[in-house]
Design a protein around this ligand. Sequence first.
Ligand SMILES: Nc1ncnc2c1ncn2[C@@H]1O[C@H](COP(=O)(O)OP(=O)(O)OP(=O)(O)O)[C@@H](O)[C@H]1O
Length: 452
Amino acid sequence: DEEEEEEEEEEEDRVDLAETSLLNKLIRTSLVESSHRVEILQQDPSSPLFSVKTFEELPLKKELLQGIYMMGFNRPSKIQETALPIMLPLPCRPQNLIAQSQSGTGKTAAFVLAMLSRVNAAEKYPQCLCLAPTYELALQIGHVIEKIGRFCADITVMYAVRGNRVLQGTTLQEQIVIGTPGTMLDWCFKRRVVDLKKINMFVLDEADIMIDTQGLSCQSIRIQRALPKGCQMLLFSATFKETVRAFATQIVSNPIMIKLREEELTLSNIRQYFFVCRSWEEKYRALCNIYGSITIGQAMIFCQTRRSADWLSVEMSQDGHQVAILTAELTVAQRADVIQRFRDGKEKVLIATNVCARGIDVQQVTIVVNFSLPTNQRSEPDFETYLHRIGRTGRFGKRGVAFSMVESQNVRLVQMIEEHFQALGNCDEQEMDESRPRPELAKGAQCGISKG
Ligand SMILES: Nc1ncnc2c1ncn2[C@@H]1O[C@H](COP(=O)(O)OP(=O)(O)OP(=O)(O)O)[C@@H](O)[C@H]1O
């Protein structure tokens, strides 16, 4: 039984990248701030590249400029400044592109503009293909096409996604086809409703998620292989680990590569406090003791499992504390709703499992509580998750505070975390100094503070 329980807990902690991406799209209201410069790598470094500061400098149709302004975009984002001049030139000189930048920096809008610019609206057959890892993500891109392209009356979009049936042998009239690799493959090779020879732009979005999901990358490669030689290939990814790099170079030949490095999180302006406790109950009492203080700002409390998150939320609610809870049990739409309420300040405390530790942008969090320290399967600290959880409180020059509850038998985790981040020079030594006065907040807590 115990084994089963453990398995179940592991299952709960798995992050679904496609869901996280969708959630971010649902809750995002503006561009993600990024302080990093764009790096450009090209085969021939002597060939000139330029970047634009305004949309008017680009060869965009007036209908598209109108669409952009209706979206409320005043100027191109960092990635758009560089990517658009590469993607937009005339079809006789198509340049392949691989672009990496974190989620929310404006990649979708960039390739949507490229597709809408490339199609010949007078011709009624598919000219641009776009692949996304899931049904929902494909629909999201479609919505952006429809919004930015709302003044391009003659351009239409078709969705190659499950449930959308087409008759074998018919030819699609839509100029842009967007879908998931499996259905697209079926439409192109089995039903033959898309003539791949006539495609002149191929966009592959969220390449890192494709690779993470079995089969999608192979299906994408099969489609790409059947495209004509002059077809422009554009590949986008939020991350660029080795597997993504290998996949990208298989799909895209002679690319210009642009990268917007992810903002580096640091712990130097975050105060970290560790509470040593013997049980969940003791952790809970410690939490109640600091509750008044954590609700001065907005706090996120991270639990290792859904079970502990549920337990904590019930306990806190029964004690009259108002908390919201975010776990993988909720649908993406429900999660988006919870996050929105938290953002609007309707709830001050959000209890979350690992599913939302990463990638979700809730900027106003000032206090993070680790109800359990994040650990990996070998029961060592998961440094990266620790950094991501608490690093987000101290962004853009803000000061943050993090409280971590540690079981007595796990005090060594605290030492390991301390050593790890000090070795990286990522942490202000003073913050970890035991001789610092103990925080008022912890007085009366029935647990010790191992580090102040
Ligand atoms: N130039 C711009 N000016 C203002 N807002 C923009 C601009 N470009 C995009 N946005 C907005 O910023 C948000 C993020 O853009 P977008 O979805 O294109 O990012 P992304 O990098 O594709 O993210 P993801 O990797 O999650 O797909 C969206 O709400 C979009 O409407």
